[in-house]
Design a protein. Structure first.
Length: 299
């Protein structure tokens, strides 16, 4: 069963960001590979180990449907399709993408048919319709399985991109937030793809205030292999956002003192933020400094 709630105004259709700031995963496999973590009997976290990075995929087995959250990259598409096909039986298949970046949605076309693809209108421009695929656009909130899964758009549409989704599994106490959380790393905020730092941080605040305190949070990018995949809790998300905000304050204070970008990079942000710059990483400290300086607060 699926229900729909009234949503926010429609999102503008926009082109997907061209590519990620792509690190080479230290544990990348030439042979497609997932590192699985069972969150409940029905919900499994699959961390992809790919040459591009470590995008997070979730596989939920409902009573009469199967849901894939962020199918991921083409590198693991066939493996994911085989895994899903083995779970389906007579159940219906849904896939939802948190946002329109290739590392989270590229494998969707490889999934078995029939398929109901869930996304925002903003995302669908990057995910062309295909035979056997039915589109379901989210503008507000929908539920699957009599409330077993909640899928909603963020209050600030301009955040990581210009149209992201969150996915909540109330019974499991799990929240998938896509790239509103890079575990222990500086984030990518895709301003060229409709994103906005202010909306990004405001959405994190909203999640911390809205969902139960004990909720486990699946980041868009978790640990890298050979470390085991790891999820966090809302307090971790709040602490991470606080660290980022503090780093932004330090950068802006240094700029206010007359230091150039090159001088700030040379001085560095100090040991307080060193863990966010450890390799493998997505955004280096140098690139984070450049991003902050290039995106001052809107007045």
């Amino acid at each position: 069963m699926m229900t729909r709630r009234a949503g926010s105004p429609g999102l503008a259709v926009a082109l997907m960001a061209a590519t990620l700031l792509s690190p080479v995963c230290a544990f990348a496999q030439d042979t497609p590979d997932f590192s699985p973590l069972a969150l409940t009997d029905d919900l499994e976290f699959l961390r992809a180990n790919t040459p591009v990075g470590n995008p997070s995929t979730l596989l939920y087995r409902g009573e009469d449907f199967v849901l894939v959250v962020d199918p991921g990259l083409e590198h693991t598409a066939d493996l994911l399709a085989e895994t899903v096909a083995g779970e389906l039986g007579e159940r219906r298949l849904y896939a939802v993408t948190t946002h329109a970046h290739r590392d989270h949605m590229e494998a969707a076309p490889a999934l078995p048919r029939p398929l109901v693809q869930i996304a925002t209108e903003y995302q669908f421009d990057a995910l062309p319709a295909q035979p056997g695929m039915t589109r379901l656009a989210v503008d507000g909130e929908i539920t699957l399985g009599d409330g077993a899964v909640r899928i909603g758009s963020f209050p600030n549409t301009a955040a990581h991109t210009g149209g992201d989704l969150w996915i909540h599994f109330p019974d499991a106490g799990v929240l998938a937030v896509g790239d509103h959380f890079f575990l222990d790393r500086y984030p990518i905020i895709d301003v060229n793809g409709g994103g906005d730092p202010a909306g990004y941080f405001a959405n994190i605040d909203w999640m911390v205030e809205t969902f139960p305190a004990e909720t486990r949070v699946v980041p868009g990018h978790s640990t890298f292999g050979p470390d085991a995949p790891r999820v966090a809790i809302l307090d971790d998300l709040a602490s991470w956002a606080g660290e980022l905000r503090n780093s932004v304050s330090v950068i802006r204070q240094m700029a206010a003192q007359g230091l150039s970008e090159a001088e700030i990079v040379e001085a560095g942000l100090g040991p307080r933020f060193a863990h966010l710059n450890e390799r493998p990483r997505f955004v280096s400290e140098e690139r984070w400094i450049g991003f902050v300086l290039a995106n001052p607060p809107q007045r």
